[in-house]
Structure formats: C-alpha cells, structure tokens
Design a protein around this ligand. Structure first.
Ligand code: BTN
Length: 234
C-alpha cells in the first residue's frame, strides 16, 4: 500500500502538524506519514508532555482514514510491535493500552487523536537515545541501549507505517477476535497486580471494547483507556 510521506526537519508536534494539514484539505492519499527526529513540544496521553531527545527519537504521525475509536490505538500498538520485531529480536511487550516496553521500560508511546473522518496516530519511538532526561530515566529505554545498534529513522518510520496499515486493513479498524487474542498474548499487565482509580486488582484480560479487565475484591472492573493510567510496571 502506498502512502504520502512528509519529512520535517523540526516541528512542535507531528500530531499538531498532521491535524493542521487535515484542516487545510483532503489528503491526496488515504494514508500520510508525517515524521521528524526533532520534535520540540511533543504531546502525550492524558494531557502530558512527551519528552524526546533531539536527533535520536522517531516522532511520527500516521493519518489514517478511520474515524477514531479506542480500537485504533490498540491495533496500532500491535502494528508497531510487528514493525519493531522486523528490526530487532528484543523481547517487546505492550503495556496496556498503548505503550511498548522492553525489560519493563518504555520504548514507545502512542497518542491517537482524530477528526471526523481521520485518525491521527501519533507514535514516539526511542530509537537511538543513549541518555534520557532525569525525570524519565528510570522508566525509559531505547532500541540502541538494548541492542547496541543505531537505527535509521526514515526506514523505521516506513516500516512502522507499512505494518500499521496492514493491521488496520486486516481488522478494518475493529478489535477482531484474532487481534484481541494477539494483543492479550503481548500484554505485560495480564496476571500482575495493577493500581487504578485508587483501587488494586489483578489484570485478567482485555474486553471486546479494549478496556482492561481487573479482578478486584468487589468483582471485575473495566478500565477505560481514556480515563486512567494503570501502574504496576512503572
Ligand atoms: C504517551 O506515551 O503518552 C504518548 C506519546 C506520544 C508521542 C508521539 S511523538 C509523535 C506524536 N506527536 C506528538 O506530539 N505526540 C505523538
């Protein structure tokens, strides 16, 4: 599947850029990749900032012709997983809902935003970082730290795009049974104690709408990705 590619030398946020692009008119291709190695004001989930090291982090947004639903983010996490497994043997897991982790440390975060017709899937991957800002150093790692190899940003961005398009196309943007099964097998939270909304439970599965199911002393709770973070890994 072909897609448009926009490489930016520097931008505040590829998600912000992609949304402005959508405001200016219809994309000429169904999928558009916007990427940079130098993002100055990256945004994370739940209004947080996303810190990246200039020149070493792949910051990308994929404009995809799917109206937003929480499934798109979970599906994209599986697409990123497939892409990273093409370029490394590292043992990668998904921390629900959409962080990719190695050795219990974050290697990738995903922030999906949307317009009426399009999802803007924003992905930050710690590719070549060797030193993280001190506020995230305890919970972040990079492919370079894990494997000792330097990764090419453009090739990785294209590989991630190709893999996300493939999973989105196969699932039509929905959490199919097969995708849920694959996601659950990759999910690092399953079977461990988690903390959410002041409660404690054991993560026992993923519901068909993408919620994390936690077994608590009051019964099963369904945790919606839009509302909370889950701790237990970091
Ligand atoms: C998170 O872990 O909270 C999500 C982080 C998402 C970061 C990416 S980097 C590219 C895109 N542009 C942004 O401003 N954010 C996303």
């Amino acid at each position: 599947m072909n897609f448009d590619i926009i490489k930016l030398n520097e931008t505040e946020s590829t998600n912000t850029y992609a949304k402005a692009l959508l405001k200016s008119g219809e994309p000429s291709m169904p999928f558009t990749l916007v990427y940079t190695e130098n993002q100055t004001k990256g945004r994370g989930r739940l209004g947080r900032e996303w810190l990246s090291t200039q020149g070493d982090t792949l910051c990308m947004s994929l404009i995809a012709p799917y109206p937003y639903n929480p499934a798109v983010t979970l599906i994209s996490a599986v697409g990123v997983y497939h892409a990273l497994r093409e370029i490394t043997d590292a043992d990668i897991k998904i921390k629900w809902p959409n962080d990719l982790i190695i050795d219990n440390k974050k290697i990738c975060g995903i922030l999906t935003e949307s317009t009426d017709k399009y999802a803007v899937i924003g992905i930050g991957i710690n590719l070549n970082t060797t030193e993280f800002p001190k506020e995230i150093a305890h919970k972040a790692t990079s492919l370079k730290i894990i494997t000792g190899t330097r990764y090419n940003t453009e090739e990785t961005a294209k590989c991630v795009t190709k893999n996300i398009i493939s999973v989105l196309t196969n699932t039509k943007g929905f959490l199919t049974e097969a995708l849920l099964k694959e996601y659950t097998a990759l999910c690092a939270n399953i079977g461990i104690e988690i903390h959410f909304k002041g409660q404690t439970g054991i993560a026992v599965g993923i519901a068909p709408d993408g919620s994390l199911i936690a077994k608590t002393k009051n019964g099963n709770e369904f945790i919606n990705s839009g509302e909370v973070t889950v701790s237990g890994i970091y």
